[in-house]
Design a protein around this ligand. Structure first.
Ligand SMILES: Nc1ncnc2c1ncn2[C@@H]1O[C@H](COP(=O)(O)OP(=O)(O)OP(=O)(O)O)[C@@H](O)[C@H]1O
Ligand SMILES: [Mg+2]
Length: 360
């Protein structure tokens, strides 16, 4: 089981230089607004994925007084991961002293899930967030998924480029379609297989969180094109429209998860708190599935969970997260309210955050 045992963070927002030893179980970070709690979660997320969950402009996380942010972690199994991000330059990523070209290996070692107010986007936002959610899971359980997904992206980029040319050359486009169809079917199959396993996990967690008393929720996978048609015939029928918009209308890049409450869309029915329970259930379900299928544990970054959840729901979410047995980082302003929800946690480590300084 890999957890972050040791973390060094330098010049990430207001966190100038910190060396921290973490619990393999729950790590509670508390402190006033603007003290640096989310910044620490951001540092972990950045190291694990190469992305911030707050903003796509990574340079914004580099401390104003510095030209470079540096993050280093030692995992429970002794693996060492280090990254630096100089301002206006590419990052450097190392795993066991070996330079990494991308995040593929590191992301596999550190499966992180974020649970924060923006996670609502999973229900109320567009399909992109739901695709990303789904693909997170598929990436972690299906070895070949990423390669196939990259092929679809490359083929789609070329196809869309050709669709924008005037006049459109149908033959040239068909040349890309063979590879695109093949990779799309593999991407779809991997997503379908994953989703089939995810549904019962989700149902179980949602029930455990008491959500099913409120509303019966169904989640359905939509692959991005008609479920009873082959992609080549969809491309053939769509050709005029594709050429008109200069964009491929259907394919795995349009996949989605339809989240239904009874007969309606969940977003139209559920309260904010109920949506948060639903999002928590979706995210916990992925952690459960990951640990069952790969024996790897998800690291949960929980930012300000108390917002919009009453104490009973907060305790239910926390106990389901703790039951997963992985590492959790959770931030809050009011320590006592949160500690009440964490009573059952055997290895709780508490950190006070104040003006970028984090003390155990
Ligand atoms: N690039 C930067 N350099 C220095 N400080 C920054 C930078 N970006 C943001 N900050 C500051 O870092 C501080 C920490 O922000 P952070 O979001 O981590 O606080 P927080 O503890 O999560 O607060 P809240 O409880 O309000 O969510 C803030 O005061 C913010 O203004
Ligand atoms: Mg915050």
């Amino acid at each position: 089981m890999s957890h972050i045992a040791q973390l060094n963070v330098s010049f990430v927002r207001n966190v100038i230089g910190q060396s921290l030893t973490f619990s393999p179980s729950v790590n509670l970070l508390y402190g006033e607004n603007g003290s640096g709690k989310t910044s620490l979660l951001e540092a972990i997320h950045l190291l694990a994925t190469g992305r911030s969950f707050r903003n796509s402009k990574i340079d914004l996380i580099i401390n104003h007084e510095s030209d470079e942010a540096v993050i280093f972690a030692e995992l429970g199994d002794g693996s060492k991961i280090g990254m630096s991000k100089p301002r206006r330059q590419n990052h450097q990523l190392h795993l066991q002293s070996e330079k990494q070209r991308n995040w593929d290996q590191v992301a596999k070692l550190l499966p992180v899930q974020i649970l924060d107010s923006a996670s609502f986007g999973l229900i109320e936002g567009g399909p992109k967030a739901r695709r990303r959610y789904l693909d997170w899971g598929v990436f972690h359980v299906e070895q070949t998924f990423l390669a196939n997904w990259r092929v679809t992206r490359k083929c789609l980029a070329n196809r869309n480029f050709l669709l924008k040319q005037k006049p459109v050359d149908k033959n040239q486009i068909s040349a890309w379609d063979v590879e695109l169809v093949n990779a799309s079917n593999l991407v779809d199959l991997a997503r379908q297989t994953y989703f089939k396993q995810l549904v019962p996990q989700f149902d179980g967690v949602y029930r455990a969180l008491g959500g099913s008393h409120v509303e019966n929720i169904d989640i359905e996978y939509e692959r991005g094109w008609d479920s009873d048609r082959e992609l080549p015939s969809v491309f053939a029928d769509n050709f005029r429209n594709d050429a008109r918009y200069g964009f491929t209308q259907n394919g795995p890049h349009r996949a989605d998860i339809f989240i239904k409450a009874g007969k309606s869309k969940a977003v139209d029915i559920l309260s904010r708190g109920q949506q948060k329970i639903l999002v928590s259930a979706l995210k916990i379900a992925q952690g459960r599935l990951l640990s069952q299928s790969t024996e790897r544990q998800t690291i949960y970054l929980v930012d300000d969970l108390p917002a919009e959840l009453d104490s009973e729901n907060r305790a239910a979410v926390m106990s389901n997260l703790i039951d997963l047995g992985g590492q959790i980082f959770i931030t809050c302003v009011d320590r006592t309210a949160m500690e009440e929800s964490l009573k059952s946690c055997p290895q709780l480590a508490t950190f006070h955050v104040e003006r970028g300084i984090i003390t155990a």
